[in-house]
Design a protein around this ligand. Sequence first.
Ligand code: GLN
Length: 200
Amino acid sequence: MAGSRSLPPVGVFALQGDVREHVTVLQHLGADVREVRTPADLETVGGLVIPGGESSVMDKLSRLFGLQAPLRERIRAGMPVYGTCAGLIMLADSIADGITGQESLGGLDVVVRRNAFGSQLDSFETDLDIPALGEPPVHAVFIRAPVVETVGEGVSVLSTLPDGRVVAVEQGRLLGTAFHPEVAGESRFHRRFLDHVAAA
Ligand code: GLN
């Protein structure tokens, strides 16, 4: 990747979720990747991927490990973040259908509904046209996925399902997808995230 030598290390939030898959994709793109579990880990990275997993557990653990406040501070200060699925929920300013007391980190001016596809469509795969990424379409894997229900003014919609539901958004240097590109060998979202890191 052009300019990768000047990139700072990037982190993957590693208290819960499919950490390894994201580390692998980022390393394939030439990034120096750190697993982030503590505020000290966070200080060493110039951008962060928050994986899929279970957002309510991520929320609890991030508070328990003292990461919530420093994460919010870094996001407010402009750190690039890419959240997939549970990671998107963590980035949402507002969560619908969260568990009692569930908090997010915020940063993306969106309302995200957890488990939006119900039990019948718990998990599915589809190909999505994403103009910002070009050809070919993205093979998107949805696993108990959320959807973006409301989008604020500064938020770009990168992708919708055929029925119009929003499943990928970007606001400044924050990127969020309701699906998992990392389990399908798709690296263009991670490349876009690294471009944000390079620009930051
Ligand atoms: N349903 C999960 C949550 O609420 C997200 C699922 C996922 O990350 N694949 O956090």
